[in-house]
Every structure is written in structure tokens, then in C-alpha cells.
Design a binder for this molecule. Sequence first.
Ligand code: FAD
Length: 406
Amino acid sequence: MPKNIVIVGGGPAAVWAAIEAKRRDTDARVTLLTDEDCEPYEKPPLSKAVLGGAAAPEHAPIAGGGGLAAHGVELVRQARCIAIDRAARTLATSAGHFPYDALVLATGSVLRELRPLPPSMPRVHYLRTAADARALKAAMDGCKDMIVVGAGLIGLEVASSAAARGIAVTVLEAAPMALARCCDAATSAAIVAEHRHHGVEIELDCALIQATPQQDGRLALESSDGDLYVADIVVVGVGVKPDDALARAAGLETGDGVFVDAWCRTSDPAILAAGDCTRFPGPDGRVHLENWKHAQDQGAVAGRNAAGADDTYTPVPSFWSEQYDLYIQGVGWPSDGARVVRRPMAGKSALAIGVDEGRIVAAVGINAQRDMAAIRRLIERRIAVDPETLADPARPFAEMLKAATR
Ligand SMILES: Cc1cc2nc3c(=O)[nH]c(=O)nc-3n(C[C@H](O)[C@H](O)[C@H](O)COP(=O)(O)OP(=O)(O)OC[C@H]3O[C@@H](n4cnc5c(N)ncnc54)[C@H](O)[C@@H]3O)c2cc1C
């Protein structure tokens, strides 16, 4: 009997789990269930090319032009998975019941909501799905000014896309620093300076306490300092949390994410999980990541293991972001104890490298793709480095790699 592998989700973790499961066991029946009504699409373009008007969500199918069918995977749309019967190995969904031999959960994240700005409030937008992006783009087509709440990656990408379209943008951030979760203070300051250069106002230390619709329909936001900001539309980008509801209801081990081991197995060996929805073993205990590469790579491992492989997932995490002409990248596991080494760079480029016990643990770069690729290899291969050399722009990183392999 061919193995029945069922995958829940419509993001990169689910798609790569499905593709790799089918590749590993070509006889298996692989079925992907998504609650959306479309071929799974990439999310990164939503806040960039889609809002900018250069692309539509359907232009970037995750499985490529032929969709999942071209990989021998059956796609079931509008199939919201409601419950898992672990004893019977059956999944209850809005599109019927699906039996499984191996199940992969890749349910991704759900948006964090701000109480004064619920998604149902007129002129308030959140951005996670293609439908959200289409609605926001339509609202941007007719708007003069916008407030973005949250100076994280998504909030600043939306600000950049809107400013490029001539919309007056104000970003309100409760923390004293933008991008606090993903970069150091100097890199953050350089990115904020670029936004200001494009006319975007960024207010830090600015907590929102109230939102009031005006008589003309515009929204007025009041900060804890008593300042008032009024705009045509408001976009909220205050982060996401792992969607572990299905796993929790099924009695799997969870805790702000579905607990998995290095093989992507949950507390039930017939069920694996991957992507934004998981918490997995990192260098210092369980960790959670929310980025595209993690979702793709962990999904691929989960899919292969669902089909009988024995692979482990031990990533060097990375993310990227695009704002104006800045290509921002992060790699590695940042640690509080690391010394930050800066390499002087030309123009708008920047590199901040975290060094701990003679090795690079993490780095953030702006317009430094080639250097970041070499730094990733230095991290992966745990090559010993000298901070003085790292700071010297005359010493290519590739040279350090070569020296270590001689
Ligand atoms: C606007 C935007 C821009 C981004 N830009 C970048 C970027 O530039 N760089 C980067 O590294 N990362 C970026 N990310 C993050 C990246 O896209 C995510 O980390 C990645 O999509 C996570 O993949 P995933 O498969 O784990 O989950 P998701 O992509 O969230 O997919 C989960 C899917 O599961 C479906 N689902 C959930 N529950 C059920 C259920 N019960 N039944 C059926 N289906 C269900 C959902 O509808 C969804 O389709 C961005 C994210 C967004 C939203």
C-alpha cells in the first residue's frame, strides 16, 4: 500500500514538505490541504512588489509555474483543518475527512492584534495574506497619508513601498529603537535615516493608546504622550505568533509553538511540524523563527522524514528585507555577549559582525550580499576569526575561508 502523507498549510514549509516527501517516496500519495482558495504563493513580495504595484500575489507560486500538481502533489484548497483524531489517524477538515500515515503541520503564524486597532475597524489594515495585500493596495491607491504602527521588518517594508508611491507616511514605534528584534543599534539607525531621507517620519518611544474615527472617516491615533496623529489609513505591523491551535487541541506538546525535535517530530511520532508554527532545539534550548528560509528548510526536512528519511534540522538562520535601495540581511544566532565588529563600507553598505569566543555568531549587512554569503560559510564551518581582520576592508572574507581550508 502506498503511504498516505498529508500536509496542512499553504506556505513555504508546507509546500517544501510536500515536494520533498514526494521526491523521497515517489509511490506515496502526498496531499496538501490549505484553507486558502489558491495555489500557495510567496509572502515576501506582498509587502514589496505587490504594494508597489509591480506584481500580483499569483505571480510568485511557491511550487513554480506548474504548481504543486507538477510535483505529483495533490492540492486541496479551502480545506480548513479543524481537528486531528490521533488514534484513528484521521484529519477532520471543512473539505471532508483525510486519513494519514504521516501528517505534517505547517500552519504558520497568526497576526498579533492591537486592541485599539482591531482588523475589523474601517481603514485599519494588517498584512499576512494575498487578500490582505490586495485590500491594502486598493486602499493605498486612493490615500494621501498613512500611519504604520510598528517599526519591525513588515512595518518598515510597507512604509518604504508607500513612500515610493508618494504617500506621506508616519511610523509609530513603542520601543526606543526600530527593528530591535533583528539588528544592532547602528544598523537600525542607518535604516531609520534612510526612511527619513525619503520623507517618512519615524516616532520612537511612541506607544499608541487610542484610535478614534474622525467625522470625515479618517483615523486619529493618540499616543501615551498625548500626541495626535491623523491619517487616511493605518497599517498595523506588530508581529505574529506561532499558530499552534490545531496541535494544542490534539494534545500535542506545545508552548507558544508546536514542540518538535531535531527530526521535526512532535510528541506524536506520526505527526511532524515545520516552519513558523514550531519551537525546535536551538543552540541554547527551544527556539522559534519567523522567516522564509527557515520555513523552506525545516519544511523540506519534515517532508523527507515523513516519507521515511532520518534527516536532522540544524540551521544557521537567516532573513532578508528590501526597503528602498537597501537590501538588508541577517545571518546566525545573535547573542547578548557577542562583541560587535564593524567593517567600514562604501556608500550605503554596512556590516556589523557579532563575535563570541573567537568565532562569528551572527551578522547584519546592508547591500553586502557577497560578504554575507562568505560570512554565512564562516559561521557554518565555525572558522576561528580575528576581530581586527574582520574590521579591515582590505581583507576579503573569502580569504579567511580559503586560509581555513588550506
Ligand atoms: C508580508 C510578508 C512579507 C515577508 N517578507 C519576508 C522577507 O522579506 N524575508 C523573510 O525571510 N521572510 C519574510 N516573511 C516571513 C515569511 O514569509 C514567513 O516566515 C513564512 O511564510 C512562514 O512560512 P510557513 O509555511 O511556516 O507559514 P505561512 O507562510 O504563514 O503559511 C501557513 C499557511 O497555513 C494555512 N493554515 C493555517 N492553519 C490552517 C488550518 N488549520 N487548515 C488549513 N490551512 C491552514 C494558512 O492559511 C497559511 O497559508 C514575510 C511575511 C509576510 C507576511
